[in-house]
Ligand binder design. Structure first.
Ligand SMILES: [Zn+2]
Ligand SMILES: [Zn+2]
Length: 147
C-alpha cells in the first residue's frame, strides 16, 4: 500500500517547497523513503541504499533524514519505538502498529480524518489534524502464533 516512485524533477519540487537544496544523495535517500511502506529507520534506509551508492556514509543518511524532518518533508513516527522511524507519506493517514514485530502499516479512513478533537485540546494548543494509531497483532504474527 502506498509504494511510490519519484523522479528527480518531482523531488526537486518537494525540496523547493520545503526550502531544501536538492542533491543526488538526498534524492536517493528520499526515493528510498517514499518507495517504502515500512516506515524505515535511518539504519534500514542506509542498508538499502549502500548497495547502489557504496560511497554514502551512515552519517550522511542520518543527517539527511533529520533535515527532511526538520523541514517538514517527512515526519517522525510516534515516539515509544526503540529507534526513530520516518514516514514520507505526508497525506492524512493513520497507522496500524503490531505490538510484537513493530510493523507499522498505513491505512486510510475518511471517518478518522474527520474525528473532532475534544474541548480539552484547546487548553493544550491548537489541533491541526488527527492521527490515529491502532495497536494490535499483525496477520503475520497472528499466523505464527497459531502454528
Ligand atoms: Zn507483527
Ligand atoms: Zn505512515
Amino acid at each position: 500500500m502506498h509504494k511510490r516512485k519519484i523522479g528527480f524533477a518531482e523531488f526537486a519540487g518537494i525540496c523547493r517547497n520545503h526550502g531544501l537544496k536538492s542533491t543526488q544523495q538526498r534524492f536517493e535517500i528520499y526515493s528510498e523513503l517514499i518507495g517504502s511502506t515500512e516506515h524505515p529507520d535511518a539504519e534500514s534506509v542506509y542498508t538499502a541504499i549502500r548497495k547502489r551508492m557504496p560511497s554514502l556514509s551512515f552519517d550522511t543518511v542520518y543527517r539527511a533524514m533529520r533535515t527532511f524532518e526538520e523541514k517538514g518533508a517527512i515526519s517522525r513516527v510516534s515516539p515509544g519505538l526503540e529507534r526513530t522511524r520516518y514516514d514520507a507519506n505526508m497525506e492524512p493517514h493513520h497507522h496500524f502498529i503490531c505490538g510484537k514485530c513493530g510493523t507499522i502499516k498505513d491505512f486510510y479512513s475518511e471517518e478518522f480524518n474527520r474525528i473532532s478533537t475534544p474541548m480539552e485540546i484547546d487548553e493544550l494548543g491548537k489541533a491541526e489534524y488527527v492521527h490515529v494509531e491502532v495497536r494490535g497483532l499483525c496477520n503475520k504474527c497472528r499466523k505464527s502464533k497459531l502454528t
